[in-house]
Ligand binder design. Sequence first.
Ligand SMILES: C[S@@+](CC[C@H](N)C(=O)[O-])C[C@H]1O[C@@H](n2cnc3c(N)ncnc32)[C@H](O)[C@@H]1O
Length: 293
Amino acid sequence: MTPHAADGALSNDGPNAEQIEYWNGDAGERWARYQDKLDSMLQPFSDAVLRIGAVKPGERILDVGCGCGATTFDIAIRAGAQGKTVGVDISAPMIARARNRAAALKSTAEFMLADASTHAFPPGTFDLLASRFGIMFFLEQVPAFTHLRQALTPGGRVAFVCWRPMKENPWISVPLFAALPHIPKQEPAVPGAPGPFAFDDPDRLRGVLTNAGYSAIEIEPFDANLVVGGGADPVGDALQQTLDIGPLARIFRELDETARTQSIDAVREALARHASAEGVVMDGAVWLVTARA
Ligand SMILES: C[S@@+](CC[C@H](N)C(=O)[O-])C[C@H]1O[C@@H](n2cnc3c(N)ncnc32)[C@H](O)[C@@H]1O
């Protein structure tokens, strides 16, 4: 990738080296490829970030873990010509996609390739830190949020969404549980480890934000229907997404032919139970989180 003036250094031996490798490999490429589909599926959560972030014209906002930029573009429209919206992400393929889209959309949003937990943002630069699922991947959570707080103006705001526990998120648990009898035994996730469910426990999340120096912390549940599969073959569409993105994608790639066929059949059958005229639709459950610096 051609270096960009805004880009920061990504460290191969820093705390987030594993995530940097992950999001710059196959996973980042796949997310970039699925950008359109994921954005329509996740739009209710962008809308939620905008609502709880209450962006005003002229404000300066940092979208942390912005990916391909969907939420950043929505925020930039709210911040208007006098505002400034910056998306930061460690994934080169996703930032490249975001920059291409910004040009095509004539958006004022800017994008930088950097680790948000260590990048030297000038202190007091932003009125709001926003994120749609981009803040759950820091290995050292309290130092990361402390670092980000210093990029906020005094009293600046935080507004993000993160997933509630997997068992409340059928869009991810239904295919995973269907595949379980056919895949190697999975180690239980370490509570709080970097990943989609790092902040599923609201008490733990509140502790991280408190220890990082934030106040006025509010954590509220929010649910939305997610269209996981659509088009002419909604079940096939949902199955393909499950095979390409998310926790099962990694596991599937390491299965032998028999286990792969058996688990794919089981997942297809489980997804089909959620098919309706609207497509394969399942609940997505998140925390809406706000706080002040
Ligand atoms: C689940 S994706 C969400 C992307 C985007 N916000 C969306 O909703 O489509 C998580 C994103 O966080 C980014 N990310 C993970 N750790 C990061 C870090 N330390 N600094 C910046 N971005 C990070 C990943 O590269 C990835 O793009």
